[in-house]
Design a protein. Structure first.
Length: 428
């Protein structure tokens, strides 16, 4: 089955560290029109798939060879679709490429721990890594756009959905036992004394900067941001929207070389210096003064949530209204804290699983602590495990039926394209 472009094009971070460009005798393994597939490219994607599958390429040689062959087929398909995308003048916006590239780079930074470790891993400065990744991202988006356009042409009738259900009814997954939740998230706010102490320290450092002391030197000495302190506080080039609002607004108001005042965000207090503006992108350095909360601060926050729960129970306001007014979860606050459905056996946050285990529909938990803060959790609905029924689950069944039809139609479409594209296998 042809895999989606997002699956075919894989991030190379998970490569075995021993597999480097210097150690691989590169060669062309396939030609697709005027595109080539290199052995190093094939090896990179294959090693990544092997590692994701828990397979050791040095020990499971036969299985790894099978992965090589399957990956080569996927890469050929990718190149064929790229040829078609260019023939059809499919385009993607520069901003979209930038956004996806930024997300990919940030994911790699998170996986490896810091920008410095990324540069050490790849043996190149970050700006060069970005340049090398950019072409791959653009090609991936072109193929994705082509597939989306083709899929939009494929629709499904009611009779086809009914035939799908009849054919696959016994093999369709069951609706698992689940629970529908809402929550209110409140951050544990540090005391005014802790904020004042951090502010005094920040003001002292800011005064030294204004007298002409070196920003990078002071960042290395005073910044509480472990990811940037060693680099003199340099955050690198960031897209608008990548930074928290307070930081970004302050940075955008500066001219290159200019210092901000003291800027407060959820991470603490910042002193910001703008290095460079590049269109809608900015390069800044900062010194962070973290403001830590105490056990007393947590207890005070817990009591505030308990009082809020009392107001909800007394009917002064609904849970949804309380979430809109109080929740710090920006993604769910406007929807009244709606978290939708969770399979009860697959909670990713153990504290949530424990909190709702004995709650009935309509019940609200005591304050629950997670790494995000403190939560009130409401159980909106519960459902028992059951088989899918076409009368109750039409939308889900229709989606699966349409996905299968689109996959089959797209496979035929690719095979037709291949007939008009020059493909030559050179051997592994």
């Amino acid at each position: 089955m042809i895999k989606k472009a997002a699956v075919v094009i894989l991030t190379i971070v998970a490569l075995n560290a021993s597999l480097t460009a210097q150690e691989v005798l590169d060669k062309i393994v396939a030609v697709v029109d005027d595109n080539i597939i290199l052995r190093s490219e094939l090896q990179q994607f294959s090693y990544n798939l092997a590692i994701q599958s828990g397979l050791d390429p040095t020990k499971d040689v036969d299985k790894f060879n099978a992965i090589l062959q399957r990956t080569l087929g996927d890469l050929i398909t990718q190149k064929v679709l790229l040829v078609k995308a260019k023939e059809d003048s499919v385009i993607v916006a520069e901003r979209q490429v930038d956004d996806v590239l930024n997300d990919q780079i940030q994911n790699i930074v998170r996986q490896l721990g810091s920008e410095k470790r990324v540069e050490e891993y790849f043996g190149s400065p970050l700006r060069q890594i970005r340049r090398e990744f950019r072409k791959e991202v653009e090609e991936r988006l072109l193929v994705q756009r082509l597939r989306e356009t083709k899929n939009a042409e494929t629709q499904i009738s009611r009779r086809e959905v009914e035939r799908f259900y009849k054919a696959y009814r016994d093999s369709l997954p069951v609706i698992k036992e689940g629970v529908k939740l809402r929550h209110i998230l409140v951050n544990v706010e540090p005391s005014s004394a802790a904020v004042a102490a951090a502010k005094q320290k920040a003001e002292e450092v800011l005064a030294r900067l204004r007298k002409g002391e070196d920003f990078e030197t002071l960042a290395k000495e005073f910044s509480d941001d472990p990811g940037t302190a060693a680099r003199g506080g340099n955050l690198g080039v960031m897209q608008r929207g990548d930074l928290v609002r307070e930081y970004e607004e302050a940075a955008l108001a500066l001219e290159p070389g200019q210092l901000s005042g003291i800027v407060q965000s959820k991470f603490g207090l910042h002193i910001i210096q703008l290095i460079q503006k590049i269109g809608v992108k900015i390069n800044t350095r900062h010194i962070l003064f973290r403001v830590d909360s105490s056990p007393d601060d947590e207890e005070n926050t817990r009591k505030r949530l308990e009082k809020l729960n009392e107001r909800i129970q007394a009917g002064e306001l609904t849970f949804s209204e309380a979430a809109k007014q109080n929740s710090k979860d920006e993604q769910t606050a406007l929807s009244g804290g709606d978290l939708s459905w969770f399979d009860t056996a697959e909670f990713q946050i153990e504290a949530f699983k424990e909190a709702v285990a004995n709650l009935q529909e309509g019940d609200i938990s005591e304050p629950v602590k997670t790494r995000f803060g403190l939560h009130l959790i409401k159980v909106e609905e519960r459902r028992a495990e059951r088989k899918l029924e076409i009368s109750k689950d039409w939308e889900q069944i229709e989606k699966w039926a349409l996905d299968l039809k689109r996959t089959n139609e797209f496979e035929k479409y690719v095979e037709d394209i291949k007939k008009g594209v020059y493909i030559e296998l050179k051997g592994l």
